[in-house]
Structures are given as structure tokens and as C-alpha cells.
Design a protein around this ligand. Sequence first.
Ligand code: SAM
Length: 292
Amino acid sequence: MTNKVLDEYIRVRKKEVDGWLARCDGEIFALLLESQLENGINGAVVEIGVHHGKSFIPMAISNNGRLCYAIDIFENQAFNIDVSGRGDKDVFTRNLTKFGVDANDVFIDERPSTDVTPDDIKRKVGRVRFFHIDGGHHFEAALNDLRLAEAVVSDDGVIAIDDVFRPEWPEVSMALFSYLANKTQDFVPFAIGYNKTYLCRRSFATLYRGILTGSDFLQLYFSKKYEVSNEAILVYQTYALPEWGVRAKISHYMKIYHPDLAFSLKKFLGRVGNRGHVKVDATDQESVRKLE
Ligand SMILES: C[S@@+](CC[C@H](N)C(=O)[O-])C[C@H]1O[C@@H](n2cnc3c(N)ncnc32)[C@H](O)[C@@H]1O
């Protein structure tokens, strides 16, 4: 990765910020954000539910602190009806400063996301290349947030949404499925990370899948390419099973809690890179070549 600050944040320094961002999703964020720039995909970054900034900071770093729109109700927790996290504006702005992002350059919107309109975002920051949804986790909020994202994300942009498929937050899944069943634009999921699902317009899915399959590090988490529907989805998550033996359990633990060590070990054993088990299909390889 060419952006050293971003790389260090994802690998090491994100631990300094309270919140939720697994290494796998951190890598996916950084890879998508930086590859967008390399491919001339510019624009704003938006997050709903910034909390203390853990997942917003890499987005802001990638945009050099410019064209950043942060939404959180912060101290107005009466609006946080499903009690998902608890934003704190002072901690958030302190964390931005700590990581070299001028908080005055970030547009901070303290309303519930259901009050934010596409025009509010477009007026402040214009077209959006990366929109992360991690605010209210109930059906109405999550569906609203998907529709808001759809309305402001550029043709070549990405929507990431947290906690889909997570049993603790069933209504996030319900909202995504409902959104996909009734969508007015052709957004499709192209990848599932540790705890986030990634969408883009269908015409860009091959490009974005190619970006992810080009990463040796991500192969550590790769479990399958789901190809039953008409658009393939890369899955970078595996649920631990009671039937697993000791080796699988240790491997799972290492990937989550000691990813760099797990990666070094896997490289040493010759199980990543071109010799790995990950099948990159011809169309995806074509996309990777476009990036080189
Ligand atoms: C799970 S936390 C977000 C975690 C964060 N993205 C991180 O990187 O650690 C959810 C956040 O959404 C905020 N929130 C909850 N309901 C909201 C709503 N309706 N509109 C905007 N923000 C909301 C909460 O205050 C909380 O900070």
C-alpha cells in the first residue's frame, strides 16, 4: 500500500481508538479507498455512526481530511433507540487531530441520519466515492441509510454496511435484503468482510472484486466466491464451527487476533500468493491488470 499513514493505522494504530474495526475490514477499506484514487475515482467520504472515529479515520486519511462528512447523534442518545454504540464528539474530534486530520475540515452532522437528506450531503461535499453505514441498527434507520447512500454515491463509488449477517443485529440484515429487493439503482453486493458487506453498481463489481483478489494479505481470510446469483460475491469470513479440530481453531484465532503473525506463517508455509488456494477468475484478473 502506498499510503504509509493509512497502512500504519490499519496495521497498528487503530488499536488506539475505541470502537469496532476488524483487521480484515480495515484492509478492505484501505485497499478500496487507495485503489479508487489510483483509478481516478475521486470524491467525498461519508460515514453514518462515527462513534470515536475508528472506521472514519482511515477514510479521512485517504481523503487528506478533505470532503469528509461525518454523521452521529453523539450526546443526543435518546435517538439511539437500539443502543448501538455511543458517539462522543469531543473524543471523535480529538482522535481526528491525533491522526493528522483537521477536525475543522470535516463536516460534522449531529442529526439522526433519518433527518439527513441527499441534498445536505451533496451541497457540502459533492459526489461520494465511499459511504460507510454504521449508525442506527434497527430496520428503519438501516434502510434509510442505504437509500441515502444510494442517492449520493457516484456511479463508480462503494457502499459499505456494518453488521449485516450478525445475529445480534437482525434488522440490519432485514434492511439490506429489503433494500436489494426494492432498489431503484443497480447496486449489488460484491464482497463480505469480517463484519461488513460491500456494494457497488453492477458495472463496477468486476473492478472491485479484482482489487480485492489482488491482495495477498486478504487471501488469509478468503473462504469462498459465492456464484449462485448472477453477480459473484467474495466472502472473507468463516464462522467457527463446533466440529473444528485444534488446527482450524488456532488458525481462526490467529487470523483475528494476530493477523500479521498468521500471514507471515502462511507465507512461510507457501500458502498465499500465486501458489495459494484462491481462484482468481479471468475477468477479475483482467481488473487487477488494469490497476497495475
Ligand atoms: C456501532 S457505533 C459506530 C462504530 C464506529 N463506526 C466505529 O468505527 O467504531 C454506532 C454509532 O451510531 C450512532 N447512532 C445511533 N443511532 C444513530 C442515528 N439514528 N443516526 C446517527 N447516528 C446514530 C451512535 O451514537 C454510535 O456512535
